[in-house]
Design a protein. Structure first.
Length: 184
C-alpha cells in the first residue's frame, strides 16, 4: 500500500511521503491564490475552489481566508457556505451535504495521532473521516474532531467541541458537545 492509500484507509501513514508532500504543496499554492483573491472575483474564486476540492456543488461559497491540507478529500454539496477563517484538515474524507453553513473559524479535523508517546515519536499519523448531513449549521469557532458524523438538519452551537456523533434534527452545544434538545 502507498502512504496515500494508508492515509485514506485510516491506517498509520508517513505524512513526509513525497507524493503527499507534493499534494499538500499543490493545495497550498491554490489556497494562496484563493486567499489573495479580492471581492468581486467570484468566478476566479470558484475556479480555484473547483480545482482544489474533490467535488463542489452548485452555489457553494468560501469566504477567504480558508485553509486545508489536500482539498481533494473534501466533497461539498450544493449551497455550502464557509465563513471567514475556516480550517479543514482533510487527511481523510470530509463529506458535506447541501445547504450547510459554517460560521467563522470553524475547524474540521480528520487528522489524529497515536495516543502512546512512543508510537507518536515515530512521526506516523492517521485520520478518520467526517460526515456532515444536509441543512446543518455549525456555529462560529466550533471544532469537529476525527470520525464524527453530524446528522441532517442539526445545529452545532458556537464554540462547541464535537467529540461524538450528533443525531439528526437537534441543537447540540458545549465542550464536549451534547444534545440540548430536538429542533424538528
Amino acid at each position: 500500500m502507498t502512504e496515500k492509500e494508508k492515509m485514506l484507509a485510516g491506517e498509520l501513514y508517513d505524512a513526509a511521503d513525497p507524493q503527499l508532500v507534493a499534494e499538500r504543496r499543490r493545495a497550498r499554492d491554490l489556497l494562496y491564490a484563493l486567499n489573495a483573491s479580492r471581492d468581486g472575483q467570484r468566478e476566479l474564486r470558484m475556479d480555484i475552489v473547483r480545482r482544489l476540492m474533490g467535488a463542489v456543488g452548485e452555489g457553494a461559497w468560501i469566504e477567504p481566508p480558508f485553509f486545508c491540507d489536500y482539498g481533494g478529500n473534501i466533497r461539498l454539496g450544493d449551497r455550502v457556505f464557509f465563513n471567514f477563517n475556516c480550517v479543514v484538515l482533510d487527511v481523510a474524507q470530509v463529506t458535506i451535504g447541501s445547504d450547510v453553513m459554517f460560521g467563522p473559524a470553524v475547524q474540521i479535523l480528520t487528522a489524529t495521532h497515536p495516543l502512546n508517546h512512543v508510537e507518536r515519536r515515530s512521526g506516523l499519523e492517521a485520520a478518520k473521516p467526517i460526515t456532515i448531513g444536509s441543512d446543518v449549521w455549525v456555529g462560529g469557532g466550533a471544532i469537529l474532531l476525527p470520525g464524527v458524523t453530524i446528522g441532517a438538519r442539526s445545529v452545532i452551537g458556537a464554540g462547541s467541541v464535537v467529540t461524538k456523533d450528533v443525531p439528526e434534527g437537534v441543537l447540540a452545544a458545549g465542550n464536549p458537545c451534547r444534545v440540548i434538545r430536538p429542533i424538528d
